[in-house]
Structure formats: C-alpha cells, structure tokens
Design a protein around this ligand. Structure first.
Ligand code: NAD
Length: 293
C-alpha cells in the first residue's frame, strides 16, 4: 500500500480520497477550505496544514482542483517538496496546454507525471466507479493504474502528455452537442403534438439513439433515473458543461480545428448560465427551447 498526498478534497476529491483510504492506502490530504479538510478527516484522510506537508515522503501525489491555473500553482509547490521519482497525477479537468506544462515541470523535477481526468461525476467518485482517461508515459501509467483502480472501474491510457485531457474535452463536446440536439427534438415534438414517450420509444431504438436520450433523457418519464425526473437537480451541472465546452473551444482555437457545433453549444450553455441556471443539471437546457423561456 502506498503513501499518497491528495490536494483538493472538494466534491470529487473528497470521496476519491476516501476510497483510497478504504483500499488501505495512507492518505495525507490538503485543501484550502477548512470545512472540506475536516470532512475528509472524518473519512480517514490525515489532514495536512500545507500542500508541502501532505506530499513530503509520498510515493504518489494526486491533485483534484478547479482549473489549470490552480493545478500549475499547486504543482509548483508540490514539486519543490517531492523526492525524485515521485508519481504526480492530476485528475482535474483542465486545458491541454496547462496540462502539458505541468508534465514538463514534473519532468524537470525528475518526477513521473500523468494527466488523468475523470468522468462519472460525484456519484461515480463516491461509488468508486469513475472512468479515468490518462495521458503520460507507459511507466507513469503502469505505476498509476493500481492506484486509480481504487477509485474507478475503467482506466484508459489515451496517449502521451495531455492526451487524457484531450479525450475528456472531445467526449464532453460530443455530449454538449448531442444534449442540445435531443432537447431541440423534444421541444419540436411537443409543438407537433407527439408524446415524449412516443419520441423516446422510436429515437432510443433508431438512428437518433445516443447517451443523451437513452440514459439521460431530458424530459421526465421515459428514463426514470434521469435528472428531469428530479427537478433537474444535478447530475452534471450546466456550469461544468459550460466549463468543458469552453475548454474544447480553447483547444480548437489553439490547434486550428473546426468545431462550429461545439462553438454553438458553448454559446447556448453560456446563455443558459447567464439566465441563472448554472447550478441546474445541463439537461434542463430544454427549457430554453420552449416558448416559456
Ligand atoms: P470543488 O470546487 O468541489 O473542489 C475543488 C477543491 O479544490 C476545493 O475544495 C478548493 O478549496 C480546492 N482548492 C483550490 N485550489 C487549491 C489549492 N491551491 N490547494 C489546495 N486546495 C485547493 O470541485 P470538484 O467538483 O471537486 O471538481 C474538481 C475537478 O474535477 C474540476 O476540474 C472539475 O471540472 C472536475 N470534474 C468535476 C465533476 C463533478 O461532477 N463535480 C465531474 C468530472 C470532473
């Protein structure tokens, strides 16, 4: 079992660290927010007074932070305190450029590094069923895999530095676009007098099928577990979808890729957030396509 330093114990990091404790690892944690650190302590994480204290003598360090700037600041601190050969893993969803810079910093410090963003949300983090999309060397991935397995059920090595972040934002760009398409179709069906169930029964078994309709249907009824049945409580908050769509657009701009529908989806989610919906599930965007919105 390993000694693990865990930085960022929020909605995702907290339950992920708790699963590492359950798997028998010694986890030293740090978060800037005192109540978050206290909650982690209750799940068996040993609280540290500073990031450097949490990572000193750790064989593995994991960060789970909001954005690229937080990761780069934290890694600058961390890499001053870790021994050469330490494996540093970033599980946050951040821009590809910052992720690649973090890998370079780790290389300069003589550490192994992996970007390993997740999908599965807070439910997956608590249940230990996250999917990890990893970028980095074969050696870093091989060392990280058994650690990540304590927090997830699917671990995919996507390629070299930054490839995990690239896979994450491409996947979520598909999701944002497909959800908008499914919502538009249900709004049109309502105008045409077609029932939700009828559209679901046809589209979920025909060429329109996709995760946004089959698993996460944006209207109440056809899929009883979807957030539409629970007043659009997230789930996956619209603000997080907007964050990921913006990351995809930054990456498209930087790489010269053409993503017109991704750009449109980002604009629609920006408007939806501006209307006060950032904390609601991202499937609630269907309301924007109805007359009352
Ligand atoms: P969160 O805001 O709940 O947690 C982030 C934590 O980082 C906070 O507790 C904050 O105090 C702490 N923090 C910030 N800077 C720090 C620093 N320098 N040192 C120590 N602690 C610091 O966010 P979250 O929902 O846990 O998300 C974390 C990451 O996971 C984000 O990149 C997000 O996009 C990604 N993600 C979230 C979900 C989700 O459903 N919440 C799903 C997939 C991916």
């Amino acid at each position: 079992m390993a000694r693990i330093g865990f930085i960022g114990l929020g909605n995702m990091g907290g339950p992920m660290a708790a699963n590492l404790v359950k798997a028998g690892h010694e986890v030293l944690g740090f978060d800037l927010a005192a109540p978050v650190l206290k909650a982690a302590e209750e799940s068996g994480v040993k609280p540290a007074s500073h990031a450097s204290q949490a990572v000193k003598e750790a064989a593995v360090v994991i960060t789970m932070l909001p954005q690229g700037k937080h990761v780069l600041t934290a890694w600058t601190d961390i890499l001053q305190s870790t021994a050469q050969g330490t494996l540093v893993i970033d599980c946050s969803t951040i821009d590809v450029e910052s992720s690649r810079r973090a890998h370079e910093m780790a290389k300069t410090a003589g550490c192994l590094s992996l970007d390993a963003p997740v999908s599965g949300g807070t439910g997956g983090a608590s249940a230990g069923t996250l999917t990890f999309m990893a970028g980095g060397s074969e050696e870093a991935f091989a060392q990280a895999k058994p650690i990540l397995e304590a927090m997830g059920k699917k671990i995919v090595h996507c390629g070299e530095a930054g490839a995990g972040q690239a896979a994450k934002i491409c996947n979520n760009m598909i999701l944002g676009i497909s959800m908008v398409g499914v919502c538009e179709a249900f709004a049109l069906a309502e105008k045409l007098g077609l029932s939700h169930q009828a559209l679901f029964d046809v589209a979920s078994t025909s060429s329109g099928q996709c995760w946004s309709i089959n698993t996460y249907c944006p209207v109440p009824g056809p899929v009883p577990t979807s957030p539409a049945n629970n007043d659009y409580k997230p789930g996956f908050a619209a603000a997080l979808m907007l964050k990921d769509l913006r990351l995809s657009q930054e990456a498209a701009l930087a790489s010269g890729a053409s993503t017109p529908l991704g750009a449109q989806a980002a604009q629609l989610y920006a408007l939806f957030e501006k209307l006060g919906n950032g904390g609601r599930d991202f499937s609630a965007i269907i309301e924007m396509f109805r007359e009352k919105a």
